[in-house]
Design a protein around this ligand. Structure first.
Ligand code: AMP
Ligand code: MG
Length: 438
C-alpha cells in the first residue's frame, strides 16, 4: 500500500514538473511526454530541423581571411581581366619576332623587366632581359627562355645570342586569357575553401558576405563528471568526455564550437542558471546528459526556464532515443543524451545537418553502402549501428552499450537501419553516416 502511495506521489510530482509550462502548447507537450511518449521518426526530426535551421539563417560581412569554410552569400565578380597584363612565363629575353634573323641571331640587350616594374618599351631591333611574371614590354611578342640564350658583353655593351627557332606568342600568358573583367567567378552558395579565399583576395574582396555560423556552446550535465585533469578520481566519478567529443566532431566538419570543460551539477537551479547565461552569448546550446525523465534530469526544465518550445523530445531510434530539440526565437538547444555513443551519433546525425541548414550549406547525404553480413534488430526503432569499411562493404562492429565509446574509435561511421524491418540481409544497401569528412 505504501509503495502505491509513493508511486502515486512520484507520478503527481512528475506530471506537475512536466506540466509547468505556461503556454497551452507546451502544457500539452508535458502531458504527452508522460503519457504518450511522443517519439518522432528520424525523418520527422530532419524536417523540423531543416525548417528551423533555415529560419535561423543570417548573413554577415566579414574579412575574407576569416571566412574559411563559410558559405558565400553574394556573387563574386572579377574586377579586372586576368591576368591583368600579358606576362612572361619564363626567365629569359623578350623581343619582337620580326626583328630576328633566321638561324643565328645577335640582339643588343637594352633593358630589364622584372615583376613589379611598370611596363617598358622595346627599342626596335633590341631585346629586353625579362623574368617570370614580369609585364611583357610594349612591342615584344616572344619570350625566349634563358637556357637557349648566350649572354655576351662587347666593349661594355650587352648582347644576346641565340639560334633556336622562335614564334610570336611563345612563353607569354596573354592579358585577359583566364578571365575577362566583370565575369562571375564564385556563385553565392559556394563553400569558401582555401582556393576560394585566394580568388576573393585576387579580386579585392577584403570583406565578403557569408552566412553566419551559429555561435555554439557544448557543455555537459552530471554530478559524476570531473575534468580530465583531475587527480585522485573517486570510483563513482567519470571524466567528462562528451563535451570534447561533440565539440571536436563539429570542428572536424569545419564548424566552430566552444567547449565548456566543467560539468554542470544535476540540480535545477544550476541547470537553469547555466542555460540562461549561455543563451545570452550563444545561438546554439548543446548539452549532454540529464535529458531523460528521471528526477536528476533537468535539461527539459532548463529549456522551459528559457521559454524555449520543445520541437521534439524523443526519437524512435537506438541509440539516442531521449534527444531533445527546443528553441526560442533567439536560441536553439539540443539536449543530447549523456551516453557517449548516443551523444556522438546524435551530433553526427542531427546537429551537423542542422548547422548546415543554418549556414545554407548543401546537405551532405550519407552514402548507400551494402552490408557485409546479416544484421538482426528486433525493436521497432531506427537502429544506428557502428560499422567499419572492408572491401567496399560495411561490417558491423560489436559494441557493448551506448556508453561504449571505445568501439567507436575503430568505426568508420554508423549505418542507419530503418525501424520497419528487423532483418537486414548481407548485400542490402543502407545509408552510412561517416564520422569524418575525409
Ligand atoms: P545521462 O544521460 O545523464 O543519464 O547519462 C548517461 C550516462 O552517460 C551516464 O553513465 C553518465 O555518467 C554518462 N555521461 C554523461 N555525461 C557524460 C560526459 N559528459 N562524458 C562522459 N560520460 C557521460
Ligand atoms: Mg546524468
Amino acid at each position: 500500500m505504501q509503495i502505491y502511495a509513493k508511486l502515486f506521489v512520484h507520478c503527481i510530482k512528475k506530471i506537475a514538473r512536466l506540466c509547468s509550462y505556461q503556454s497551452k502548447k507546451t502544457l500539452s507537450y508535458g502531458l504527452y511526454a508522460v503519457f504518450m511518449k511522443p517519439l518522432i521518426t528520424p525523418e520527422q526530426a530532419d524536417a523540423l530541423l531543416a525548417a528551423k535551421g533555415q529560419a535561423m539563417q543570417k548573413t554577415i560581412l566579414m574579412p575574407f581571411n576569416k571566412a574559411l569554410n563559410a558559405v558565400l552569400a553574394e556573387t563574386v565578380f572579377s574586377d579586372r581581366a586576368y591576368p591583368p597584363y600579358s606576362r612572361a612565363t619564363m626567365d629569359g629575353i623578350a623581343f619582337k619576332q620580326s626583328d630576328r634573323q633566321m638561324g643565328d641571331t645577335f640582339l643588343p640587350l637594352k633593358h630589364t623587366q622584372a615583376a613589379g616594374q611598370a611596363r617598358t618599351s622595346l627599342q626596335a631591333g633590341t631585346c629586353t632581359r625579362i623574368y617570370t611574371g614580369a609585364v611583357l614590354p610594349e612591342g615584344a611578342d616572344v619570350v625566349l627562355r634563358q637556357e637557349d640564350v648566350r649572354f655576351e658583353t662587347q666593349n661594355g655593351a650587352s648582347y644576346a645570342y641565340f639560334s633556336v627557332p622562335t614564334e610570336s606568342g611563345q612563353n607569354i600568358h596573354p592579358q585577359g586569357s583566364d578571365l575577362a573583367a566583370g565575369q562571375v567567378v564564385l556563385e553565392a552558395g559556394t563553400v569558401l575553401r582555401a582556393k576560394e579565399l585566394a580568388v576573393l583576395a585576387t579580386f579585392g574582396y577584403a570583406d565578403v558576405l557569408v552566412y553566419k555560423k551559429p555561435k555554439v556552446l557544448v557543455f555537459s550535465l552530471g554530478d559524476e563528471l570531473v575534468h580530465p585533469s583531475q587527480k585522485n578520481i573517486l570510483s563513482h566519478q567519470i571524466r567528462l568526455s562528451n563535451a570534447y567529443s561533440v565539440g571536436n566532431l563539429l570542428k572536424e566538419w569545419g564548424l566552430e564550437a566552444d567547449i565548456h570543460e566543467v560539468g554542470i551539477a544535476d540540480n535545477l537551479e544550476a541547470a537553469q542558471t547555466f542555460f540562461m547565461q549561455a543563451s545570452i552569448n550563444y545561438d546554439l546550446l548543446i548539452s549532454t546528459g540529464g535529458v531523460s525523465v528521471g528526477d536528476t534530469d533537468h535539461v527539459l526544465a532548463a529549456c522551459k526556464y528559457l521559454n524555449a518550445t520543445p520541437l521534439f523530445h524523443g526519437i524512435s531510434q537506438r541509440p539516442g532515443k531521449p534527444l531533445l530539440f527546443a528553441a526560442t526565437p533567439k536560441v536553439c538547444i539540443f539536449g543530447l543524451p549523456g551516453n557517449p555513443v548516443s551523444a556522438y551519433v546524435c551530433t553526427l546525425r542531427y546537429v551537423l545537418p542542422f548547422l548546415r541548414h543554418c549556414a545554407n550549406q548543401a546537405s551532405n547525404p550519407p552514402d548507400l553502402i551494402s552490408l557485409g553480413s546479416k544484421v538482426y534488430f528486433k525493436p521497432e526503432l531506427t537502429y544506428f549501428l557502428p560499422v567499419k569499411v572492408a572491401r567496399k562493404v560495411v561490417e558491423p562492429l560489436p559494441t557493448n552499450t551506448s556508453g561504449d565509446l571505445f568501439s567507436l574509435t575503430k568505426a568508420y561511421g554508423v549505418v542507419e537501419l530503418p525501424s520497419h524491418l528487423s532483418t537486414f540481409e548481407a548485400g542490402s544497401s543502407w545509408p552510412v553516416w561517416k564520422f569524418s569528412p575525409d
